[in-house]
Design a protein around this ligand. Structure first.
Ligand SMILES: [Zn+2]
Length: 145
């Protein structure tokens, strides 16, 4: 396999390591197939997970854990940029980042128009409960200031 180093992303000391000799799947992730000789079967797993597992010295990957790319670069295999997270935590981290720009626009709208969760959900394409959570967070932040 061939890798290139990409300039360190903001907030990181080390560069992203990106494999350039293999193709990524349509979600932008690199999977690798391994043949388990002893068992005579083939397994397929995300390459970055294999790297992190080796880096942590785990003999197998714990059920329920997922790999979070702290650098936001799905192609990255630098163990310093990877983090094992519980599935629910991973989802929360990913959603926070994914919704951040929309969240800011929604906050502006809410500050100006004082709209409800239902309206926000419809306008910004998120679930009603997500919209209500945003509003709760904004109210809490306002009280802190
Ligand atoms: Zn990275």
């Amino acid at each position: 396999m061939r890798f290139v180093s990409v300039v360190p992303p903001k907030g990181f000391d080390t560069p992203c390591y990106v494999c350039v000799s293999h193709t990524y799947n349509e979600d932008g992730y690199l999977y690798k197939s391994w043949k388990v000789e002893a068992e005579g079967r083939k397994i397929k797993e995300p390459f970055y997970r294999f790297i992190l597992q080796a880096h942590l010295g785990w003999s197998e990957w714990p059920k329920g854990l997922e790999v979070n790319h702290k650098c936001q670069n799905r192609a990255c295999c630098n163990p310093a940029h990877l983090q094992a997270l519980e599935r629910s935590d991973h989802k929360r981290v990913t959603n926070t980042l994914r919704y951040e720009p929309r969240n800011e626009a929604a906050r502006l709208h809410w500050m100006i128009h004082g709209c409800t969760g239902t309206e926000l959900a419809k306008l910004f394409g998120v679930s009603f409960s997500a919209a209500c959570r945003w509003i709760r967070e904004w109210k809490a932040e306002d009280q802190m200031e």
